[in-house]
Design a protein around this ligand. Sequence first.
Ligand code: MOS
Length: 755
Amino acid sequence: MNDAAPHDALDDNRQGLIGTPVDRVDGRLKVMGQATYAHEVQEGGPTAYGFIVEATIAKGTVSQIDVTDAERCEGVYLVMTHHNAPKQAPWGPLLAKDRFARSAPQLANNRVDHYGQAVAFVVAGSFEQARSAARLIKIRYAESAGRFELAPNLDRAVIPAGRPGREADSRVGNFEPAFASSTLQIDARFTTPVQMHAQMEPHATLAYWKDGQVIVHCSSQLLMSAKNAVANTLRIAPERVRVVSRFIGGGFGGKLPIYGDVILSAMAARILKCPVKTALTRQQMFHFTTHRSDTIQRVRLGANADGRLNAIAHETWSHSASFDNFYESAGMQTRTLYAAAHRLTTHRSVSLDLPVSDSTRAPGEAVGMLALEQAMDELAEQVGIDPIELRVRNEPLQDPERNIPFSSRQLIACMQDGATRFGWSRRNAKHSAVKEGNLWVGMGMAAATRGNLLQPSKCAVQFDDQGVLTVRMAMTDIGTGSYTIFTQVAAEMMGVPMAQVRMEMGDTDFPPTPGSGGSFGAASAGSGLFDACTQLRTKFARKFGVNAKDVTFAGGRISGAGRSETLASLAGSRGLDAVGEIKPGAMVKKFSQQSYGAHFAEVTVDGDTGEIRLRRMIGVFAAGRILNLKTATSQAVGAMIWGVGAALHEHAVIDPRYGYFVNHDLAEYHVPTHADIPAIEAYFLPEFDDKTNPLKIKGVGELGICGAGAAIANAVYNACGVRTRDFPLTLDKVIAGLKLQNTLSTAGVPPHFKS
Ligand code: MOS
């Protein structure tokens, strides 16, 4: 993609499929229980079942492990420990180009790096037999002291390795003196807790070997990375690994990496010469998979009396597993969202002896916006202007750090449209001004933004003499609606009904795609598909004998030069096929690409108990062309609900003594339930961004979470005057704030933040 995308068949939208809220093509399969998820796959012969035994210490070594009783149990085929595990490649490398393709060995030695790490693996004739035998394994540990908390360890923070264009630090101008000389100053410290992906479908794997190749059915967002990770770990050629993931019950970043269920199943299946199936329990999900790091963030805003920002700084501390280098990129949006001559963002990583922290829905922005957008709310109050007006006054003309134009940017339009829909003008700017009985009532808003990405992707299409277009790519549908939107695109491109399109995805035997992640799935895989269809149209035109630009595709026919023929007959018995490809190019360097939006929330706060209730919430977004209004709206609403969870509920509590998450199940790790969620509305503004990709779309999956929680926090402040900068906003914090009424916002900054 080196130039703006030209006018194309999707713009013509002859069948009207693009943008319409069509139902999910896999909806029927799913509600009938016929969409097969990894754990439900039966393939490769009689299956053995694995159970993972997790370390009950967070740091140290396994000094003794006695498996005799377990091995004697009925039905047990294999007990694997570090004594008998096959040799694998060492973990890493640390700075791999694709960190989700890194070698991830299991039971490699007796070292324990985090609570919940695999220390043994039992395979038996049934899950129950494996689990019951696992309980008979006797393990002695030599435990060493670990570090488990971020705040007490900030002195050990290091600068994490960034990537080109995403360096850990950024500086423009001279922040410190500019901030010091600003008329108005906000200097606020925020904390966000560890959060979990909490997908509906826990990880599960069925692995078996056939003709020297391992076939892995698992729940993976990134199939090619998963394939390479297995190959790298087991030291076999990638061609000897096939990963299949046809239906996925939610990813949210937790299925970007693969875990021990994949590797242990693959190794055991090789030894036992039979399929091995391993599922993680819900409780195991908390320690055995990744989580979002907690963060400490300091946001400083220096502004003139009229609210125009002169200096803006966003500094973030997060944790990483002792052997990894991840950091929560919470300051990224602050590099591009608002104008200011003097700018600073930093990211620091603290190595802790916790399970691996990694991407969770909108890594960076999701928690970064909780801080930045509250700070902006505080500044608006200081200036004495509406929070929307403050953002309008700080709208940059171009990307303020990269000094390149935006591909498209409708932040102001989103705020204004949302304000009208929401009835923002009815908000009382003074906090603690509206009370209904015992309930304080407040309204808050926040901006939304997320970076837009494009990754290399390929796709194969084939048209047969029955008029069926088959699309193949190693793309995943993690529940977002990928099958559906690609069916719409393919049908619209070829001028055939959606029922004539057969989408085949979720298999590494198909052309490689980057998979689902970073909200780049629709744009990347969709552009590969678009190119494949474009090539196929050219082939049809050639066979038809008319120039490609002079033909139309509609009703299953190609027409032009006064003639018309069915595609089926033109394809003939041999069919017609094409391969397409998208490569990101100069456009990402020439244009700053983000999606935008605005959140509006109304809450009540109980004057006695501090209980916060969300009354209503509206999000308005601009994210390029919307392919399917129904699936896009679902993404936005779901993401906003994540924002509600971040604001009010979610908190994986670390036991500072033992380094594990105390509330490691869905009874105690609270996510919003139906009773917590009133009607949430999401809208999209018309937008066609021809700089982003051939589809002129932007990612929508992660946008809706960005800023959503801040709108709620700002509404809570507007309701009752309590500014809680430590998420989640639980009753204890609100009550404490109600008692202190108005004194919290002047709380001092801890010593380690003093510059
Ligand atoms: Mo996303 S956190 O890349 O699934």
